[in-house]
Design a protein around this ligand. Structure first.
Ligand SMILES: *[C@@H]1O[C@H](CO)[C@@H](O)[C@H](O)[C@H]1NC(C)=O
Ligand SMILES: *[C@@H]1O[C@H](CO)[C@@H](O)[C@H](O)[C@H]1NC(C)=O
Ligand SMILES: *[C@@H]1O[C@H](CO)[C@@H](O)[C@H](O)[C@H]1NC(C)=O
Length: 408
């Protein structure tokens, strides 16, 4: 079998064309004139920009009980007005790219507590900057270790959408690499929840206001689907013994069923070699449980809907890794390229929503705090002197003489 063509899974068909591969960061370029325009508008307190047609329209009012200043209320207030509808026909990302469902959505209602957002680790994580330490400080992103930032992001995502969240401190396997513990713990979680969303600590959803249900519709999780994972980048180390690319176990969506239990069971038992000769080597060798799934398990669970293969561009990597086979993490960011980016991503998760809201508030209450002295007064020595009508007109004709926009 050749590496790139005869891949076993039908679901790979929708990946080959890679329709989202070629578009650029227009946003930055567009942002600067936009900001300038807004700053200009800010001098006219009456002109409140309309957010109609904006990517994040604030359509809904959130009612929060008076005096409720709990963190849960704060998170609700920040995200609820902008939640993307679970069954929306499309989604526009922060660069203006539109993603459309390919058919009738399966999920039209929120799944709530049927979904478990799951963190799994067997390490104590109680050193400074780690999640289980008593204190955690931000310090420009330096006070918090990358993996703690990731887990806080998962926790937030669950809170935003009303999913269940659990951090499972897993027991260790005596003779296997630490990451193997994910497999039995996910299996266990699929006994209590219909859907699990597992993410490594360096993985994050890039749009916290986009519900998992929408992604399940978009990626087409059918009733028969057991598991969804993303392809790894097209690089030599990411191929299995049959020449097929590994699926990355850092981001896993799985759906409860008997067959799913069976799949996780044979996966977890793979290195015992009752069923798969040669699997024991993946106990300690890279890529561990990922290689066991790639080399063995997926070839046993090969009904068309069993394993959904997600495109690397959408569900793996990060913009900083785009040169690694285009894996820029449109929906799912996986910061294997640089774990140092995780805490920045956590702050983006807040700031990409907070800043537009803050800006909107600035305008809404503009009448109270924007003093339009320009055009009505002139400066002379230490004095601000009101202009006559003739002076006002003259000033208009002379606008912008002693200033320039330096892009700040
Ligand atoms: C939101 O609340 C404001 C006043 O607080 C009101 O003017 C506006 O109509 C409300 N919008 C919706 C969509 O309910
Ligand atoms: C997205 O879907 C809505 C209807 O659900 C439609 O009104 C809108 O035009 C669509 N946007 C794009 C960019 O296709
Ligand atoms: C999902 O996949 C099934 C089976 O391949 C197909 O029949 C259905 O039309 C797809 N739905 C969407 C929304 O893409």
């Amino acid at each position: 079998m050749s590496a790139n063509t005869n891949y076993a899974y039908t679901s790979l068909a929708n990946i080959a064309s890679g329709p989202h591969a070629r578009w650029r960061r227009i946003l930055l370029i567009a942002l600067i004139p936009m900001l300038c325009a807004f700053v200009y508008i800010a001098l006219e307190p009456s002109a409140i920009p309309s957010y109609k047609g904006s990517q994040y329209p604030y359509q809904h009012n959130v009612s929060i009980p008076d005096g409720d200043t709990s963190m849960a209320a704060v998170i609700k207030a920040l995200y609820e007005p902008i939640l993307h509808p679970v069954a929306a026909a499309n989604f526009t990302d922060d660069e203006g790219q539109v993603y459309r469902l390919h058919g009738e959505p399966r999920f039209k209602q929120k799944l709530g507590k049927k979904v478990l957002v799951l963190d799994i680790d067997s390490r104590p994580l109680n050193k400074p900057g780690q999640l289980m330490d008593d204190e955690l400080v931000w310090k420009g992103g330096e006070g918090i270790r990358a993996l703690s930032a990731g887990m806080l992001s998962h926790y937030t995502y669950a809170m935003i959408h009303g999913y269940d969240y659990k951090f499972v401190r897993a027991p260790d396997y005596e003779d296997r690499w630490g990451t193997w513990v994910k497999v039995p713990v996910m299996k266990e979680a699929l006994k209590t929840h219909d859907y699990i969303l597992f993410m490594d600590s360096d993985v994050m959803l890039h749009f916290p206001h986009l519900p998992l249900e929408w992604l399940l519709n978009y990626w087409n999780l059918t009733k028969e689907t057991l598991i969804m994972m993303s392809l790894d980048p097209d690089e030599p180390q990411n191929y299995d013994s049959r020449g097929n690319r590994y699926l990355n176990t850092g981001f896993v969506i799985a759906q409860q069923s008997e067959r799913t239990q069976e799949m996780f069971k044979v996966w977890a038992e793979c290195p015992d070699e009752g069923r798969y000769q040669g699997c024991a080597k993946w106990k300690l060798e890279m890529f561990h449980e990922q290689a066991a799934f790639g080399n063995y398990v997926r070839y046993d669970f090969d009904r068309p809907e069993d394993v959904k293969v997600l495109p690397c561009v959408e569900a793996n990597g990060a913009p900083e890794a785009e040169n690694r086979g285009g894996c820029k993490g449109t929906f799912v960011r996986h910061y294997w390229v640089n774990k140092g980016l995780v805490s920045k991503a956590l702050s983006d998760q807040v700031m990409q929503y907070f800043v537009p809201r803050l800006h909107q508030l600035y305008h809404k209450s503009g009448g109270d705090h924007v003093v339009n002295a320009k055009g009505n007064y002139r400066l002379q020595g230490a004095e601000m002197i009101e202009l006559t009508n003739e002076e006002k007109q003259a000033l208009k004709n002379d606008e912008g003489k002693n200033q320039k926009d330096e892009g700040w």
